[in-house]
Design a protein around this ligand. Sequence first.
Ligand code: NAI
Length: 234
Amino acid sequence: MSRSVLVTGGNRGIGLAVARELAEAGDNVAVTHRSGEPPEDLFGVRCDITDTAQVDAAFKEVEEHQGPVEVLVANAGMNKDQLLALMSEDDFSSVLDTNLTGSFRVAKRAVRGMMRKRSGRIVLISSVVGLLGSGGQANYAASKAGLVGFARSLARELGSRDITVNVVAPGFITTDMTDALPEDRQNEIKKNVPLGRFGAPEDIARTVGFLAGPGGAYITGAVIPVDGGLGMGH
Ligand code: NAI
């Protein structure tokens, strides 16, 4: 396979593992990054997914470099955890704007070329907490739950064009995002994970690779948990 792939937020953590997995499988992989330098082995474009003009410019750069995007992995995301009583409207809306509306912006832009080509793969990175809920993460959980309805609607809209749209729902994965959790909170979480440990970014990458590869050809509208059993398949 040497398809044109774009992974948002593919400069580190889960996104970087996904980008490397697909590049190793032979695809041409571009990653978006917000700041700093992209990894040396991948084509990087600067893009803040909260800005439609930046999304459009990033896609144009990718299209010039490797052709229209055939596989989109909407991975970029963030959290601003806070109890509801203390959560500002900006804490809520900025997380929704990045995680949910940001995925809308990139999917909408990617679908243009996919519809023309009558094929494509879209994978959205949600979270176990989107379906389980999580105290102190109402904004984040709402954004990640929203991705499920979004993906399933797109799966229905775009199926006739042979475009699949799926969601991967990671549990707790060792990255900068989880390293920021206090150690006692990390240990508490592990007690609820049947496999008793956090996952690695590569665990998510292999699942995305499967959905984007030949094995995923007849899968659309699915939510695949990769969470050590935490969500029990939801
Ligand atoms: P990370 O913080 O290491 O990486 C997030 C990436 O998203 C970074 O590249 C960051 O620059 C990018 N990003 C954030 N806001 C952006 C914006 N406005 N525009 C463009 N890029 C932006 O986090 P990690 O852990 O690799 O997370 C990747 C995805 O996986 C996220 O969507 C996260 O919500 C999700 N996830 C992570 C879990 C974990 O345990 N680490 C668990 C469940 C889901």
